[in-house]
Design a protein around this ligand. Sequence first.
Ligand code: SAH
Length: 253
Amino acid sequence: MVHIVGAGPGDPELITVKGQRFLREADVVIYAGSLVNEEILKLCKPEAEIYNSAQMMLEEILHVISLAEKAGKTTVRLHTGDPSIYGAVQEQMDAMTERGIEFDVTPGVSSFLAAAATLKQEYTLPGVTQTVIITRRGGRTPVPDSESLKKLAQHQTTLCIFLSVNLLDEIKRDLMSAGFKSSTPVAVVYKASWPGEEKVIRGRLDTIVQQVKEANIDRTAMIIVGQCLNSKNYQKSSLYSPQFSHMFRQARY
Ligand code: SAH
């Protein structure tokens, strides 16, 4: 049996209770070494075989899993954040299905959510935006033209941009040419939730490139763009409003 598990964004306490149990019980663990906080591996049994997938190719990962399956062992495939977001997990799941290997998936706290927690920020402010777009700038993995930052930016939603802090200059250019004002607030969170390693940069489209350069941030960072970041003028939600009734509460007047 294989458990695909989201390890969370970095803080070892941000793995789910279920993910933690699978990790404690695993005979074989293959973790995404580029981003998973290795502290979390302290949960593993001393005799567990541990592999760092950063040094492996897909076939090697599948080979380790197949051997474990033949030996009746349990494998945890540990991904950073949540496996469904830029996790390169589909090809692994499809290959396991093809080979008749049974697996399940345990979600994790994605880094865009950890970044919101660090910033103490709601992404979906009433009257400002009700939409969050998760995206990246095209690099070695292309982004379809219909989803270019320029096009997405036209919606003026909250943007959470992964895998792109080294392309911040291009991001700024794209967003400005899509009509974003130079004063649009931007935050960059480096290593959100990692104890003692987190860095937060708050700025505007026209200042952020320089700020991030000065802070020496060139990877493992979330870029958040949008008016939610400095809006004091959002509407209070209906959920807690005295004028509103809902399934669990009557209006007070
Ligand atoms: N599946 C992961 C994302 C993997 S892609 C998730 O759900 O978070 C790797 C990218 O995620 C990095 O380039 C960075 O943009 C972002 N990232 C991962 N961990 C992060 C963290 N702790 N803080 C900020 N960004 C992070």
